[in-house]
Design a protein around this ligand. Sequence first.
Ligand SMILES: *Cc1c(COP(=O)(O)O)cnc(C)c1O
Length: 338
Amino acid sequence: MDLSRFPRRRYTQGATPIEHLPNLSRALGGPNIFMKRDDMLGLFPGGNKTRKLEFLVADALAQGCDTLITCGAVQSNHCRITLSAAAKEGLKCRLLLEERVANSFDAHGNGNHFMFELMGAETIDVFPGGTDMTAAMQRTADALAAEGRKGYIIPGGGSNALGALGYVACALEILAQSFESGVHYDCIVVGSGSSGTHGGLVAGLWGANAQIPVIGIGVSRDPDLQEPLVYKEALATAELLGLRGALPRDAVRSIGGYWQPKYSLPNRRMVEAVQMLARLEAVPLDPTYTGKAMAGLIGLVRAGEFKPSDKVLFIHTGGLPSLFASTEVVLGHTSVPD
Ligand SMILES: *Cc1c(COP(=O)(O)O)cnc(C)c1O
């Protein structure tokens, strides 16, 4: 695979670290757990969307666009990082937020809401849950065009084939680090939402013939819906890369049951995971993605999914600001469902 064929902006210097988590591994009595710190990617603060935006923003600039348009849930990390990339590139940014939980947007709220204002989004439009956000973004682009401006639409989560190249690059980065450190990973575990991260990793590892299985922990869907979505994304990415051969359907595996009661709403296992990682390893997780993904990994370890000799790599995809919008919940001061 030759990723240098694709225009790319650079928002992170070098590779993100891979850290061994000895205290967590010992507490769980399972495999050795490692963590790739993609919460340390560049931008303000970075996360998995930083990698996708390196390719998406390069495309926007190549097309001469002056405004990034994107959408997300109200505490969207993707919207924050897109806005952050726009600020760095001297572009304008318009955000369209979907209130999947009624009345959850607070323009003067904490976490990402605060950062939308601080980094100066040009407009923030809030829509009720279930709105066709693709159509809404197109209307925004049309309105800009009518003023002689040029918007670039980035799909929710930055998840199209171009964005997923960011996680093809991450797969190659992991293989290089693995070779450098002499540590072979038996499995990679990652949160799986709009699918670009999971799908890009699967396409990249397959394209490199790495034969390392990936388990995605669904943050909004159980496997019957999540796996087809990720598979489609992985296929589109493999096609963009011009990979030969048929990516097998069973390269995409996801686990359900950890995101309920609803996307972005807390549960007890997420709270346990956030507390464990903070207290055992001084690693901050977020309540919507990495807390639930780590709860999934802890659940898999307890269910005997791995051998004690295995080395498992968890990808920390970021999300820090929303932790500060959920302090009472993660401290266990609020009662939450199982
Ligand atoms: C968006 C996001 C994810 C999910 O990644 P997808 O590519 O949408 O599947 C995971 N973790 C964090 C912190 C995110 O912001």
